[in-house]
Structure formats: C-alpha cells, structure tokens
Design a protein around this ligand. Structure first.
Ligand SMILES: O=C(CO)COP(=O)(O)O
Length: 262
C-alpha cells in the first residue's frame, strides 16, 4: 500500500487584496515550523493576480509552502478573453490547480466534459489538478450521493492513462457543506472517499488507487480536521474560509500533521 502524504490546500476563492495575500503567505510560512512540512504538504490557492508575488516570495525565502491557482483554461493559448492557461500557470511555478469546483460548475456552467478537458490541460503542463466533485443536498437526501460522485469521477478522468491518474488529486466536496458551517461527518466523508478509491481501483488498478490522494472539503476547520484525516481514505482537505486566517490555517495544518500545535 502506497504511503500517501496528506495535502492541505487553502482555496482563498475571490478574497483578500494584494497586500493581505502576501501577508497571509508570510504568516502561514513562518507560523508553521519546518518539521510539519515533512509530514503534510501545504498549499495556498490565491486569485490569479496574487500568484506572481507569491512565487517571488516563495522562491526568495525558499518557503516550503506550495501554491497554485483556482482554475485554468482548457486551451493553451488563443482568443479566449479573460482566461488563463496551464502554460501560464506552469511558468508561474504553480504546483496545483483546482478544476471543477462546484462554484465553477454552478456560476460558469462547467459540465463534466469541460472539467475533463481542464484536467487534461493541467496534466499536460505539469500542474497537478485538484479535481473537485460532490453532490448537492437533494442528491444526498435521495441517497444517490455515492453514485453521483463516482459518475463525476469517471467523467472527469475520461481518456487519461493510469499513469496520469496516479498524479491527480481528487477532492470530495459535498455542495451542501461548502461555506455553510455544516461539515459532513467523518463517516460521511470516509464513505464517499472510500467509494471513489474503489472506483479508481476498478478503472486503473489497485496500485494507482492506493497512490491517489483523496481530499475532503466543506467547512473544514481546526476543530474537525483531526477526525477527518484520521479516516482511512481521507488524505487531507481543501479548505475555504478557514484558510484565510493564518493562525487558524497553521493550526489546522499542524493538526493534520499529527500535532502538536506550533
Ligand atoms: O469550497 C471549499 C474549498 O474549495 C470549502 O469552503 P469552506 O471551507 O469555506 O466551506
């Protein structure tokens, strides 16, 4: 069984001004002693406009913190006003990019086919996709959440080789738990994350399935992270609101690394 290093990624969404963004990165990096970075990978996903400065900061201070973006175009270049390509993200040293976040699916009408193209674009340029999926409340209430999530998984990874899938990060984010303060129970998170891994094994083999990191996202905080990452198939978290507060985020990362608090 592969050893999966937990990943805690902070999705800042459309928040903070430029100076606040730089200050947040500095504070997180200096609040978390180096030993934690060996146990847990920590990444921030700021808005596009902050990435260049964060790159300079991380390179200059040799920070162990990784960074990435929240979306990318399915195309490499061309007449796509307002879009940012995987080529550009790779040049900026992005390690990760979220793809298929439920807010992109809802507000930008991204369907599974678009998400699939974006996952491929990220892989093509060596930026690891954090491929997001998850059910709405009505789907869960109808008891169809596992099927819904495994269907999204299959569609988003369509056409990829097993070797390519090995490097994808999957994030299970039930839509009803995002920004609502209603965290899924650790058993709920484990149920879906385990089902996603079973589906990965079916499609790409046990070896790949045991290597892929599956994160949970939705109202994750320092108060619930330990219980979530204690689940067998939960390999970290995609954190929204709690990633905007340096003390809270550092605490959350330290707890994911098994503590003690810095
Ligand atoms: O959407 C999320 C992370 O991508 C979760 O957001 P919250 O942690 O604010 O619920």
């Amino acid at each position: 069984m592969a050893q999966r290093q937990p990943l805690i990624a902070g999705n800042w969404k459309m928040n903070l001004n430029h100076l606040e963004a730089i200050a947040l990165v500095q504070k997180i990096a200096f609040s978390l002693p180096e030993k934690y970075f060996a146990k847990v990978e920590v990444a921030v996903l700021p808005p596009f406009v902050d990435i260049r400065s964060i790159q300079t900061l991380c390179d200059g201070d040799k920070l162990l913190l990784k960074y990435g973006a929240q979306d990318l175009s399915a195309h490499d270049s061309g007449a796509y006003t307002g879009d940012v390509s995987g080529v550009m993200l790779a040049k900026l040293g992005c390690s990760y990019v979220t793809v298929g976040h439920s807010e992109r699916r809802e507000y930008h009408n991204e369907d599974d086919a678009t998400v699939n193209k974006k996952v491929k674009a990220a892989i093509k340029h060596g930026v690891t996709p954090i491929f997001c999926l998850g059910e709405q409340l009505d789907v869960r209430e109808a008891g169809r959440h596992v099927e819904h999530c495994t269907d999204q998984l299959v569609a988003g990874l369509k056409g990829l080789t097993a070797e390519q899938v090995r490097d994808v990060v999957v994030a299970y984010e039930p839509v009803w738990a995002i920004g609502t303060g209603k965290v899924a129970s650790s058993a709920d998170a484990q149920e879906v994350c385990a089902a996603l891994r079973v589906k990965l094994a079916e499609l790409y083999g046990e070896d790949v399935a045991s290597a892929v990191r599956v994160l949970y996202g939705g109202s994750v905080k320092s108060g619930n992270i330990a219980e979530l990452v204690a689940q067998k198939d939960v390999d970290g978290a995609l954190v929204g609101g709690a990633s905007l507060d340096a003390d809270e985020f550092a605490k959350l990362c330290a707890l994911a690394a098994g503590g003690p608090l810095p």
